[in-house]
Design a binder for this molecule. Structure first.
Ligand SMILES: Cc1cc2nc3c(=O)[nH]c(=O)nc-3n(C[C@H](O)[C@H](O)[C@H](O)COP(=O)(O)OP(=O)(O)OC[C@H]3O[C@@H](n4cnc5c(N)ncnc54)[C@H](O)[C@@H]3O)c2cc1C
Length: 406
């Protein structure tokens, strides 16, 4: 059988693309090497903004809804900020991904689990996918196999990405999740240069993690232990400790070519400010589907219109999110102080998490001050010492030079 679309990878990006394509009447085959439910290194935090990408609610897999944040600086000086509306839904990826995949199945997508894809060949009028000793043919392929995507390279879409890395683990307190964590998550600054630490309360355990640029990798285990102790738990009680890369898109990295396109982590759609990748995965799957439908119907010659949608809708957001990250991490102490003493700063944070505030609007509000922000970011990028704290430590190109490309 020849499919309209083959989706490689059934994480949030792949299952969303599959669901939205199947809903449009396309024949869709999803291939994943794992058997679901399967786990994945992730905090499992889905912001209200990210959940807004879905046409159904996450109630069946949400273990806790938090409305507040407990901020701290290197585990000390904790204080709380709260709103009266949800900020983040806490899930476990094992449950979330199986749930999202089930929605794709219900919409009509065919799912093949336990089927590792070995090779993807993008030919002029079809794609050929070899997996588990079988060959599948389709008009288009969606590359959704995550941060270390091999299929992206095979279809000629391997672009440069800035790599970040996160390490997470869990603690199951004997008496359940302490009350102070029933409606708030933890956000700690200052330990991980250019990143942060978190505590996400789940149903019967807490998830604690640290995120930073790749060069912080060798130190993440020590940071995780220190953060766990600072939150009042025994680091020796951590279980399921594991890490993974989070890729950030670089300007100009390709997204679509012929009958192939990238979604989710394979495309580097992680928010550089918050480290959130589920939102980008859901968003990219949703906007890719109409382009795939038009291509399958013969109304488009290739999938490059997807690149245009990304360019207009998401790249301006990622660009400002990058700048926020660069400035935010220049002085974690200042950021924590602002969060503690200046309410508008907290309200901005909450509005971003809820999707009520777009990053690009922040830039518009800055008006004539925007070039000064660009300069400050350029300064952070070209000053090695500062850059080591606030940036990826490998790329020293000033932001201004990148603006056209992003
Ligand atoms: C420690 C950590 C904590 C995080 N916490 C959060 C968080 O709290 N909130 C948030 O929004 N984001 C978080 N992220 C980021 C988030 O996990 C990713 O951005 C998100 O999973 C991307 O979804 P995806 O569908 O693109 O890829 P993935 O979820 O990685 O899915 C890729 C799928 O492809 C499959 N696959 C891979 N290779 C093959 C192959 N050859 N053949 C077939 N199938 C294949 C895999 O089995 C997998 O199912 C975190 C990341 C890390 C590392």
């Amino acid at each position: 059988m020849r499919y309209d679309v083959i989706v490689v990878g059934a994480g949030p990006a792949g299952s969303t693309t599959a669901r939205e394509c199947a809903r449009r009447g396309l024949s869709v085959l999803v291939l994943d090497k794992a058997e679901f439910p399967r786990d994945k290194p992730c905090g499992g935090g889905v912001t209200v903004k990210a959940a807004g990408q879905l046409p159904f609610d996450l109630g069946p897999v949400t273990e806790r809804v938090v409305t507040g944040v407990r901020f701290s600086l290197r585990g000390a000086q904790p204080f709380r900020r709260a709103t009266d509306a949800p900020l983040v839904y806490l899930t476990q990826r094992r449950r979330l991904d199986a749930f999202l995949l089930e929605q794709a199945r219900v919409a009509g997508a065919m799912i093949r689990e336990g089927t590792p894809v070995r090779e993807v060949l993008a030919e002029p009028s079809r794609v050929v996918v070899r997996a588990a000793g079988e060959t599948f043919v389709a008009r288009a392929v969606v590359v959704a196999d995550g941060a270390n995507s091999r299929s992206a390279r095979q279809v000629g879409l391997a672009g440069q990405r800035w790599m970040t890395v996160a390490l997470e683990g869990n603690v199951s307190p004997a008496t359940g999740v302490p009350e102070e964590w029933h409606d708030a998550f933890g956000f700690d600054l200052g330990w991980v240069p250019g990143g942060y630490g978190w505590l996400f309360p789940k149903g019967n355990h807490v998830n604690i993690g640290v995120w930073g640029w790749t060069h912080t990798g060798p130190h993440l285990r020590a940071y995780l232990r220190a953060l766990t102790a600072a939150y009042g738990f025994d680091p020796a009680a951590l279980w399921g400790v594991r890490g993974h890369h989070l890729p950030l898109r670089q300007p100009g990295a390709p997204l679509a070519r012929g009958g192939a396109l990238l979604v989710g982590d394979a495309a580097g759609f992680v928010d550089p400010f918050t480290g959130e990748g589920i939102g980008g995965a859901l968003w990219s799957g949703r906007v890719a589907a109409p382009v795939l439908a038009a291509y399958a119907a013969g109304d488009l010659d290739d999938l490059t219109p997807y690149t245009e949608i990304v360019r207009w809708e998401v790249l301006p957001e990622l660009r400002v999110a990058h700048q926020c990250a660069e400035l935010f991490h220049l002085s974690p102490r200042l950021q924590v102080a602002l969060m503690r003493h200046w309410r508008p700063w907290w309200r901005l944070f909450a509005r971003l998490a809820r999707g009520e505030q777009h990053y690009s609007e922040i830039r518009r509000v800055l008006g004539p001050l925007a070039p000064a922000v660009d300069l400050a970011c350029d300064f952070a990028r070209v000053t090695p010492l500062v850059h080591r704290y606030a940036g990826p430590a490998t790329d020293l190109t000033p932001r201004r030079l990148l603006r056209a490309g992003i």
